[in-house]
Structure formats: structure tokens, C-alpha cells
Design a protein around this ligand. Sequence first.
Ligand SMILES: C[C@H](O)[C@H](O)[C@H]1CNC2=NC(N)=NC(=O)C2=N1
Length: 135
Amino acid sequence: MSSSSQRQSTVRFQFSAGEDEEQLGRDAASLTTGGQGRWRVTDDNRGLERTFRFKTFKATWEFMNTVAAECKVQKHHPEWTNVFNKTHVRWTTHKPIGLSSKDIIMARFCDEAGTRHGELADATDDECGCGDFKP
Ligand SMILES: C[C@H](O)[C@H](O)[C@H]1CNC2=NC(N)=NC(=O)C2=N1
């Protein structure tokens, strides 16, 4: 079996094999809108995603550069898109498939980097501006 599921309040996550599901479930819940966070569970329950909005394109790409540098450190890449001043970020693990601790680490890192780069408060998923580019 390559992955498994766990009910966490109203959300069912699919975790990568070998993860501490109890701990990861708590971590993920704290990052999602059902908890105290701004991430939401992806439709396939294998990841977390949210939109970040900044004042300018420059601020947006600098945020993405900061995140990309940490991706190199963590050896973990995002699924993301950018249109002008918004970027839609999704964290999921491809091998083994599911939500892993690296996704949690990177989601937290994004939240901190977003604040450092002057993220604007009111980016909703509905108006991410990604249109057909949203993966
Ligand atoms: C060898 C290398 O660590 C792997 O290919 C990493 C790279 N980055 C990755 N990123 C993501 N999101 N999922 C992976 O399974 C993954 N695997």
C-alpha cells in the first residue's frame, strides 16, 4: 500500500506512506481554513493549496524566488502558477503519493515568506486571476 487516509475533523487527508499520520493530521489541520490557517485541502485530498496576492508583479516573483530557494534546500518542488500579482501554490508529494511532512514544512515556509514579502490579506481562491492556468 503506498498511502493511506485519515479522518481529521471534516477533512480526509491522503498521507504519503511512512508518515506519522496523527502528527501530520494535526499539522495540516492547523494550516487549513477549518483550523486557523489559510490553506485548503486539494480536491484529491493529497495536498494543500492557497493563493497569495501581492501589490506588484515584482513582489510576487521575489516571493516565488524565496520559496524556490527553500525548495532547493528541502529538495521539494511546488505545483504553482503565477499571473501578475498572484500566485497559486499547491504542495503535494509525488513519491510516495500524498501529503507529507515536506508539504507541511513548505506550506509554513510560504506563509512566513508571504508575510515577509508584504502579502496582501484578501486573496481568495475564487479570484486568484489564474484562469485556465490554475492547475
Ligand atoms: C530525488 C528527489 O529528492 C525527489 O525527486 C524529490 C524532488 N522533489 C519532490 N517534490 C515533490 N513535490 N514531490 C516529490 O516526490 C519530490 N521528490
